[in-house]
Write a protein that binds this ligand. Sequence first.
Ligand code: TRH
Length: 394
Amino acid sequence: MSSPTSFSAPPPAGIACDIFCAVIDNFGDIGVCWRLARQLAGEYGWQVRVFVDDLHAFQKLCPSLVAEEARQSVEGIVVEHWHAPSHAGDTLEIADVVIEAFGCELPAVYVTAMAGRERAPVWLNLEYLSAEDWVADFHLRPSQHPRHALRKTFFFPGLGPGTGGVLKERGLDAARIAFESSGAARAAWWQQATGAPPPAPDTTVISLFAYENPAADSLLEQWRDSANEIVLLVPEGRISGALARFFGLPSFVAGTHAKRGGLTAHALAFTDQRGYDALLWASDINFVRGEDSFVRAQWAARPFIWHIYPQTDDAHLPKLDAALAHYAGPLPRASRDALARFWHAWNGVGTPDWPEFQRHRAAFEARAADWAHELAGVGDLAGNLAEFAKSQLK
Ligand code: TRH
């Protein structure tokens, strides 16, 4: 392959931004990058390119993407298949703002060209979300490149003041309220997702997006024995095996429906990224995981349980507690402890106690609404990032 050539592109209409994303596993890496890209392009008018090394993972949450295309435009965003660590597009174009997501390494040829640019780009390393206190101290810390006249700034998402915040589209609350207040929209959603009308109003609807989880068996039994009807909505994925075992089925693929005792479960097809929000809004309680769905559950403003991405040596547990401190801190003591116990049990420490969760549900509901309001005060990550980048480009 011939090496890319550098050329002076005509000045773009908006700020040009390149986002580099290496998919480690699952959907969170590309999920966060794609959401950020859509916001920067759609809300800020930036000219965005996304370099991503796994188009198949990307296609799951963006079905209009063609997994075999080396370069394509989706929703006005250029998507480049980042097919080798040294690759940075067939023609080397250096953007005004360069975002390396989650510590992925930029191609050396790209970094060299960044240094050769008349005006050095704003180079940001977008970190993983953590609710820990130290994040505010490290947010926006610069780091000088050892060889080039380039500075990289660490951009830390977070749940508290002084951090980069988390992603929230401008129209998100209005879209949620429109869905919640339209019986027709909800009926259409249930029909399309489950092939059935919405359940009776006194049913508890739960969405379940999780990794494999040993606590699932006990929880499914408790739901089966629950006095109130429970409808479980399960996007096809890593937890599906537990559902198949529980119902004695060979699999729990999209389109499967099953019932035992008070528990009815529907396996759902994995939707595009926008469609996932409607699942959260259609549910009373959401089980979420990783990073992006964890954030979406907070904006859905209803109780949620987080299956945090597990790390070696239980390094994830302090992060779980840091999130609980923000989210559950103002709850009355007994409710706070009950929520902490339930979250811990869902993350490998203890056994989940559904009746106890139910006893505190009204407090959890009130807190979820308050928390969504408080979190919005930290500001939207895309807006915070755009503001910082613009201040550096002046
Ligand atoms: O897929 P995840 O487990 O991703 C994780 C985390 O990001 C973690 O921090 C990271 O280290 C690891 O990947 C590599 O969970 P997450 O972050 O919630 O991402 C899921 C994405 O999938 C999110 O953008 C929502 C989207 N989604 C859909 O688009 N449709 C669906 O039907 C569902 C269930 C999810």
